[in-house]
Ligand binder design. Structure first.
Ligand code: KG4
Ligand code: ZN
Length: 336
């Protein structure tokens, strides 16, 4: 059988990334140029700056990815690119680049859903993992609990009604003066704190029991800080962050494991930037072990935005016959 090589491009938010992926699961190169330092100055991602930075970096990132793979554009079987969801200007840079390269080199083009990419990150280091399985996707922009029925085929069981999990981490981090992105900083600081110190609410939502809500928890944390400030009380920041993180993890773990049990799945995976959170990994591992469920999670480098995961998703789309036309466009609110 012939090997299949995909050149993948990702530019949906603040990382410019390119990768070369062999047969879907073998990563030959994975180049990421992060803009985080730039956006930190503003406390969050500035869309206009993101687009401009992508334009500056994308050619050299792709060149490096090809060089590191030891292959050339000629060797590629297809070009895969994230076309949504994300920031429209940022997405457009990757989409325009991928279309131009595919057209010039006469290669098939495959459009990839960013969230499908995050889920696919689990395939990279787990050769035995195949659908169907339960997957929790937790990133800066998304919180979804899905059944992965097949490659590229999802059934959504629950989603956030308000803030995404990563967004909650970032907002709480900002409230205690940690910079952007706050998730990794909260994770680190919380290690020194007591997760039982403050009883924060576990958000219950009406209707769908697998939906999430984090804005109430975020408000509870902010109220706690304001109250302490008003009373002139000292805040124990590690305790506060550990307690907040514990509340988030509790809900993420219980929803996921409850759903796995209800639908009879023995395999659970997590994906997205927040999937690199140490408390979530630990909590999910313990709950899965207790229930006889095998737990899969990507290395941190494949949790946050990268192009390797896009290449993996593109491979399965490609072998299933998916081809994008030359009118492929960025779709900022692309649905799963
Ligand atoms: O998947 P990602 O790189 O971008 C999106 O598609 O949104 O996720 C970024 C998000 C940010 O909100 C960041 O704070 C969060 O993931 N994050 C974390 C951790 N590492 C990244 N949140 C909690 N703990 C972490 N260790
Ligand atoms: Zn992402």
């Amino acid at each position: 059988e012939e090997d299949v090589y995909i050149l993948a491009i990702e530019s949906s938010c603040d990382e410019t990334a390119a990768a070369v992926v062999k047969n879907g699961r073998e990563i030959l190169s994975n180049v990421i140029s992060s803009q985080i330092d730039l956006h930190t100055l503003y406390g969050g991602v500035v869309p206009e700056i993101a687009s401009r930075k992508h334009i500056e970096k994308i050619n050299q990132v792709i060149e490096s990815a090809l060089l590191e793979s030891g292959l050339t554009l000629e060797n590629m079987d297809a070009i895969g690119v994230t076309y949504g969801p994300g920031l429209v200007g940022a997405l457009l840079v990757g989409v325009a680049e991928a279309k131009a390269m595919a057209y010039a080199a006469n290669k098939p083009l495959v459009g990839v859903h960013h969230i499908e990419g995050h889920v696919s990150a689990n395939f990279i280091e787990h050769p035995d993992l195949e659908p169907p399985f339960m997957c929790l996707i937790v990133s800066g922009g998304h919180t979804h609990l899905v059944i992965v029925r097949d490659y590229g085929e999802f059934e959504i069981l629950g989603r956030t009604r308000d803030d995404a999990a990563g967004e909650a981490f970032d907002k709480v981090a900002r409230a205690v003066g940690l910079g952007y992105p706050g998730g990794p900083k909260v994770d680190k600081a919380a290690k020194e704190g007591n997760p039982q110190a403050i009883k924060f609410p576990r958000a219950k939502v009406d209707g769908n029991r697998y939906d999430f809500s984090f804005s109430g928890l975020k408000s509870a944390v902010l109220n706690h800080i304001n109250h302490a400030n008003m009373m002139g009380e000292e805040i124990n920041v590690p305790d506060l962050l550990a307690s907040f993180q514990n509340a988030v993890v509790d809900v993420l773990v219980s929803h996921t494991v409850d759903a796995a049990k209800e639908y009879g799945f023995k395999k659970v995976a997590i994906a997205g930037g927040v999937a690199s959170n140490s408390a979530l990994r630990k909590g999910m591992k313990e709950a899965c072990e207790k229930n006889g469920i095998t737990f899969y999670y990507p290395s941190p480098i494949y949790c946050t935005d990268n192009a390797a995961m896009i290449g993996t998703a593109a491979y399965y789309e490609f072998i299933n016959g998916a081809r994008a036309d030359w009118d492929l466009n960025a779709v900022p609110n692309l649905k799963l």
